[in-house]
Design a protein around this ligand. Structure first.
Ligand code: SF4
Length: 349
């Protein structure tokens, strides 16, 4: 039997108060810090975020400090967290807050949503957790908990269920302690109502769970099957000059790794060899090579791509190096590189 929203909220917030994990962003009401943590936690696990969050708050302790930072410093601080568009969204949002609101994040969800880089989830998190407003938030954990609690069928990524979940979350969030309520839903999803093995005997709302009562809790949510990742072959050129290595910066509108520094690389066609593709990457920068030899291969996955990266050592036959620059090891440590390029360089120095 489903409980009325008030008692559901009471059960969940009481459970949350006694079981919540001790996390640094839970010790603050600073809207900026909460925003940073919520953005980092999108698509990244808590244990990974912990170190990044602490270092970020030391490097950019206030929203104004972030807004006035160089793009390159911000990307460097994000290096290794992946999904760099999140760092760029934080930066553009912070700059807009300084311009429009004198450096203070606004309280109203409408004003938050009007800022670049802040979507419904971040607006709900900032409004409820930092400002104590009864605003809903729906992330992957909340989707799972609500679909199971209310036995909701259908794909939650699509209308109409997506809209229904936001309405449901809004109808549930109480005026009293909305921050704790929203965090209790996320915490329950992260620690008890987990994707494949929900621990229902430990759940504070098991009595109210329609999915459990119907025996369909593990079937929910009915997420669309992920497509198999696309295989992508790429080749990068490794060019050394004394103790420096040649890197190029990707343009700000690049579809992947925009603004980051990389070994010059190219995607390979079905028939192209790694030495030929990496030579092409150099040619596109106005550089000529004497030919190359394969050094090593690495594999990595980014969103829906499974990428093989072959690194080929080249020597240049012309001294000009156009859009690329040689950097020493010490200088590279100050640049923002995608993890895979940073790891390869570390192994090759
Ligand atoms: S009873 Fe089980 S399925 Fe239902 S909300 Fe709790 S953990 Fe999730």
């Amino acid at each position: 039997m489903a409980a009325p929203p008030a008692s559901l909220a009471r059960l969940l917030t009481t459970w949350y108060e006694s079981r919540k994990r001790d996390l640094p962003w839970r010790k603050t009401r600073d809207p900026y810090a909460i925003w940073v943590s919520e953005v980092m936690l999108q698509q990244t696990q808590v244990k990974t975020v912990l170190g990044y969050y602490e270092r970020w708050m030391e490097r950019f302790p206030t929203l104004t400090a972030l807004a006035t930072a160089e793009d390159a410093d911000v990307l460097h601080a994000w290096q290794g967290l992946g999904y760099y568009s999140r760092a760029r969204r934080l930066l553009s949002g912070a700059r807009a807050v300084v311009e429009r609101h004198g450096g203070e994040l606004p309280r109203s969800p409408e004003a938050l949503l009007a800022l670049p880089g802040i979507g419904p989830y971040s607006a709900g998190a900032i409004a409820s957790i930092a400002f104590g407003l009864p605003e809903p938030l729906v992330d992957g954990n909340v989707v799972r908990v609500l679909c199971r609690l209310f036995a909701l069928r259908g794909d939650p990524a699509k209308a109409p269920l997506k809209a229904h979940l936001w309405q449901l979350a809004r109808s549930l969030v109480p005026a009293d302690r909305p921050s704790e309520f929203n965090q209790s839903l996320m915490e329950l999803g992260a620690t008890v109502c987990t994707p494949t093995s929900p621990r229902c005997p430990e759940c504070p709302v098991a009595q109210q769970c329609r999915g459990l009562a119907l025996g369909i809790e593990r079937e929910l949510p009915e997420l669309a099957k992920r497509k198999a990742p696309t295989e992508l072959r790429t080749a990068a050129a490794y060019v050394r000059r004394a103790d420096a290595v040649l890197l190029r910066q990707l343009p700000a509108d690049a579809s992947r790794w925009a603004g980051l520094w990389v070994l010059p690389f190219a995607e390979l066609s079905a028939t192209e060899s790694a030495p030929a593709g990496s030579a092409r990457a150099l040619t596109e920068l106005g550089l000529k090579t004497n030919g190359g030899a394969l050094l090593r291969e690495a594999r990595h996955t980014i969103t829906r791509f499974r990428i093989t990266l072959s690194v080929v050592a080249h020597t240049l036959s012309n001294p000009r190096h156009g859009a690329a620059t040689f950097f020493t090891r010490r200088e590279v440590e100050q640049l923002a590189l995608p993890s895979i390029h940073a790891k390869l360089l570390k192994a090759l120095w």
